[in-house]
Design a binder for this molecule. Structure first.
Ligand SMILES: Nc1ncnc2c1ncn2[C@@H]1O[C@H](COP(=O)(O)OP(=O)(O)OP(=O)(O)O)[C@@H](O)[C@H]1O
Ligand SMILES: [Mg+2]
Length: 259
């Protein structure tokens, strides 16, 4: 369970402070998948980094599994963060370590004893069906396989929450489906709460329960993906839902439907 209340984050900019995340409230129930969508610069990455306090908010409250994170000191936060997994667009595996060593290192950093580490590494590889690639270096793996190693690395620490920042933006559409399937399995079988940042509506529509639409640092709308028809209220949500590429404004959605 994740609850953000009135969270604001500003960065220094050339023309004074820039509000990257502006007074955001967000509640993500335990075991659900929360999508976050918006255009470049909307504040999506900053918002997701506020959940594990990789960014400290200027104001507001960040609760994960009922614990207020903003009051923890750095050491307590470091320990707490091991239970909040994170994966990224570019996988962020260490190139000089094998897939297994990448996971082993994450466990060692989290203070998991040597005996437990081997078993945890094996279990994590099994979840993403990559046991045969344990000794491969990242350069020998496809993008989709690297992302699955990154998912395994996050899972090895037995997180309650998995934060995903554009996890499918660097892979092709077919691999996107594979990565999403594993995320879905992680959510459904292991009960891990997922926050998934993307700029692609198709990606969140595939697995999210709710999509928060961001613009200018604010959550401007929520789209509930419960099977009922979507009724976007904001211009931005409508645009994101109609994600065909149109270079000429006169080629509107209605025109192309009619034609
Ligand atoms: N460390 C930083 N220092 C200064 N400004 C920052 C920093 N991080 C983000 N910003 C600014 O905050 C705003 C939101 O950035 P953020 O990376 O959260 O957007 P985003 O929605 O993830 O965009 P994208 O889709 O391009 O990844 C942008 O204007 C960005 O330039
Ligand atoms: Mg981003």
């Amino acid at each position: 369970m994740i609850t953000l209340r009135g969270v604001t984050k500003r960065f220094p900019g050339p023309d004074g402070p820039l509000t990257a995340v502006d007074d955001v409230d967000l509640h993500v129930p335990r075991g659900s998948v929360q999508g976050i969508i918006g255009f470049s610069g909307a504040g999506k990455s900053t918002l997701v980094r506020l959940i594990n306090l990789l960014e400290r908010p200027d104001s507001g409250s960040v609760l994960v599994d009922g614990e207020e994170l903003t009051i923890l000191d750095e050491e307590a936060l470091r320990r707490r963060r091991t239970k909040i997994g994170m994966i990224f667009q570019h996988f962020n595996l260490l190139a000089n370590l094998t897939a297994a060593q990448n996971i082993e290192l994450a466990l060692r950093i989290a203070g998991v004893g040597k005996a437990a580490r081997a078993a945890r590494v094996a279990e994590a590889f099994a979840v993403v069906d990559l046991s045969d690639k344990a000794d491969a270096y990242p350069a020998k793996l496809s993008g989709g396989q690297q992302q699955r190693v990154a998912i395994a690395r996050a899972l090895a620490n037995e997180p309650s929450v998995l934060l995903c920042d554009e996890p499918t933006s660097a892979v092709d559409p077919r691999t996107t489906i594979t990565v999403l399937r594993y995320l879905q399995e992680v959510n459904e079988r292991l009960g891990i709460t997922i926050v998934l940042v993307t700029h692609e509506m198709n990606v969140v529509r595939a697995i999210a329960d709710d999509v928060a639409v961001m613009e200018g640092g604010k959550v401007v709308e929520h789209l509930r993906l419960d099977g009922s028809p979507l009724r976007p209220q904001t211009e931005i949500a409508r645009f994101l839902l109609d994600d065909r590429i149109r270079l000429r404004p006169e080629r509107s959605l209605e025109d192309s439907n009619a034609g």
